[in-house]
Design a binder for this molecule. Structure first.
Ligand code: GH3
Ligand code: MG
Length: 418
């Protein structure tokens, strides 16, 4: 991913001020103060720059040429100025800048920093522009491109659905009211039956001079937002930014609600939700499901001997072995203090026993270094393989087997296939 910010500023004091401001976001920044330097930097670093901050008032040859050169190179550029001039603002954005930011009491970095963050993250977001009119589609595709968003074009629900199925990184659909044989409101209604508001942002675009009734209909049918034609690109950008920020906020919160803070593994809630999905899919495909309950042996003794913080360190070390040993497609979760669950489907008997036996050995041989000396732990495992698909029941069976493993000496697997 491109990760550098380019600052175009002829005043060295201001340049340093901008560098200090953007450094809080953790991106690397490069400054240029004349046109020659700009050309050299673009030759060397073009592939690494995701945004440019460009001072509007520049003293030397930068003023007339810099923006043109940046636009030729398709690099998202925010022009800022301490003096407001409506004509210049419009002309600058019209000529291809992403935004024109003004503040006559010094530069307001809050908004600029937001734009920088969004433009950076947009590198991994894709969008669909659905409009019956080719020119209108092209205009919006261009606007999104300036904002670092790659987009696809579509004319109806079928095309949108095909694109969504093929490209899981699509986060935004912009739907015009006039499409090929359909209305935008109908399309939104259909899309919302499959794609929820917290997974896919939809912005409805009203027709020229339309009443606010249509905007209301868009929102009622499930659009996250709407925009009224004719719009200026700044408004378009802001609405896109707002929708994507909200989507991301929901995603981060969801992730956090499903994650165990100490180990960053899935928690019990995530296990129940994702485990349920694995069972439904396995049933559909008539695959078997393996469920393992794992519990660290005599963990209480570690806390009692070394203290709770060392116990935590042991849990983190064990979680790292889980992450390294199991595949991304296996569901692994910390479901209790020192208790873990693994769920995998479509697996042969010998293979599943081998996987867990290897894991047991890895835990046993791992030496965990702490301030209080080296620690080793062992783990007991209950493993149940079956064609049963009710999560609660198979977890209970695996739990019973874990109990047997504990009672028959610990540091072992009790396996049952049904
Ligand atoms: P067994 O072999 O029978 O499983 O014995 P055990 O000592 O591992 O099991 P027991 O259930 O008696 O004790 C589990 C301990 O795990 C008690 C609890 O304080 C500790 N524990 C639970 N969650 C955490 C945690 O997040 N951090 C730490 N350090 N300890 C925890
Ligand atoms: Mg235990």
């Amino acid at each position: 991913m491109k990760n550098k910010i380019l600052l175009v500023e002829d005043n060295s004091e201001l340049l340093q001020q901008h560098i200090d401001q953007v450094s809080v976001l953790g991106y690397e920044s490069i400054g240029v103060s004349n046109f020659k330097e700009l050309k050299n930097i673009l030759d060397l670093e073009k592939e690494n720059i995701f945004i440019v901050l460009h001072d509007h008032i520049l003293a030397n040859d930068l003023e007339s040429n810099a923006l043109d050169l940046l636009m030729q190179n398709d690099i998202p550029t925010i022009v800022f100025s301490e003096v407001y001039n409506e004509n210049i603002a419009e002309e600058t954005v019209f000529n291809g800048a992403l935004d024109y930011v003004v503040n006559n009491e010094g530069i307001d970095y809050t908004y600029i920093l937001q734009m920088i963050e969004r433009t950076y993250k947009n590198q991994v977001v894709k969008a669909i522009v659905a409009d019956g009119n080719k020119t209108a589609r092209a205009t919006q595709v261009n606007l999104l491109k300036k904002f670092n968003i790659d987009s696809f074009e579509a004319k109806n629900t079928l095309e949108i659905e095909r694109l969504l199925q093929k490209n899981k990184d699509i986060g935004l659909v912009i739907v015009d009211q006039s499409l090929d044989g359909e209305t935008g409101t109908d399309v939104i209604l259909k899309l919302r039956k499959i794609h929820s508001k917290d997974n896919l942002a939809i912005i409805g675009v009203t027709e020229h001079g339309h009443s606010s009734r249509l905007a209301i209909e868009f929102l009622k049918k499930g659009a996250n937002d709407f925009i009224t034609k004719p719009f200026i690109s700044e408004e378009f950008n802001l609405r896109v930014m707002q929708s994507l920020d909200t989507l991301e906020f929901i995603h981060v919160n969801k992730q956090s609600a499903m994650t165990d803070h100490l180990t960053q593994m899935y928690n019990k809630r995530a296990f129940e939700s994702l485990g349920g999905e694995i069972c439904i899919l396995a049933k559909k495909e008539d695959s078997n499901v393996a469920c393992a309950m794992l519990d660290i042996d005599f963990f209480k003794k570690i806390n009692d001997t070394y203290g709770h913080h060392i116990g935590d360190k042991v849990l983190v070390s064990v979680s790292e072995i889980f992450k390294e040993h199991f595949r991304k497609s296996d569901l692994v979760a910390r479901v209790g203090g020192e208790e873990f669950t693994v769920l995998l489907s479509n697996i042969k008997t010998e293979k599943v026993v081998e996987i867990f036996e290897e894991f047991r050995k890895k835990i046993e041989s791992k030496v965990i270094s702490t301030d209080n000396g080296d620690i080793t732990v062992t783990i007991s495992i209950g493993l149940y393989l079956s064609k049963e698909y009710i999560l609660h029941n198979i977890v209970e069976k695996a739990d019973g087997l874990l109990y047997d493993a504990k009672n028959s000496g610990r540091n072992k697997i009790k396996f049952l296939e049904k």
